[in-house]
Design a binder for this molecule. Sequence first.
Ligand SMILES: [Mg+2]
Length: 335
Amino acid sequence: MDNRNLFINLDNLLDEHVKALRELQSGDGSRTSDYTRGFEDAINVVKKISFDLAREWASTAIYEHPPHPHPRSRIYRSEPMDWWIEDTTPSSLKSFIASRANEFANHNNGKSSAIIFDLDGTLFDVGHRTLGILKRWLTLSESQHFPKSLVKRIEGIGFNHIGYSLAHAFENAGLDLRNPDVMEVLVTVERYWRKKFFDGESLVEFDAVYTGAADFVWFCKKIGLKIVYLTGRSQKVMYQGTRKQLEKFGFPLEDAELILKINTVTDDAVFKEEAFRSVAASHNVVGNFENEYVNIRGMVQCDPKAVHVVVDSQHSGRPVSALPDKVYRIQSFAS
Ligand SMILES: [Mg+2]
């Protein structure tokens, strides 16, 4: 029995004993108070053991899954410790998806079946976009206004330094963000980065596709699923570029739905949960792929039975509360 099941069983047993104790305490007085106190002490001992075990389990889990330092980010690869994550492979996922799609086909409820894919960090590697924009900033005269030695170090930032944000790239390249000169240049580069990163053109110019991602989406299309691309990119500014990018890398577009964010102020997690609900209103959602734990959480809760998959690329590291339902995780789409 694994630790998770052990704790669930222990918890259930404790619940039963606490119930029995309540009955004793409110009983007909045929038991002595010593008897009841003995019962209560026994429960407290078990509770303590359970607490110690849980603590040990947590530290072992942390030991087994340390917040992995990753060449692309020293910080933001840690996963929520209290999630039920099953690491798997793209080929196993294909079987789960196909069998779930089959179940829906055999129990026709009048809805067609769909599968949802996030774009940034799920199908596309946006690290190249950040690096491309940074390199372009270095060609601007603005970059010459900063100390040469500092600019030289920024020139040394490579793809392996790129994390979730520019700050992580600086940090990963050994630039100390506590240094006011470093912060000044970071703030300036970030201003340029923000303008370019979301302009709808840089994504076509710089992003790379994750190996195997397009083939995976095609597999889903070929087994009859409607493809839904769901992204927090701005509908107004990035729709055209997003279509171009999907075409550029050979993703299926015919009959696919492309959902972008109309109101960019909306929080990504809220937007995605609402979008999931609206897709699920007219489709059986077979699966869902996303790189942000904080985004996928709400979507899992909309339909825990769908095959929910975290693509382990990089994520914001935003705090996220516990999730009792299982999510799958893949390192990449490459088989
Ligand atoms: Mg994403």
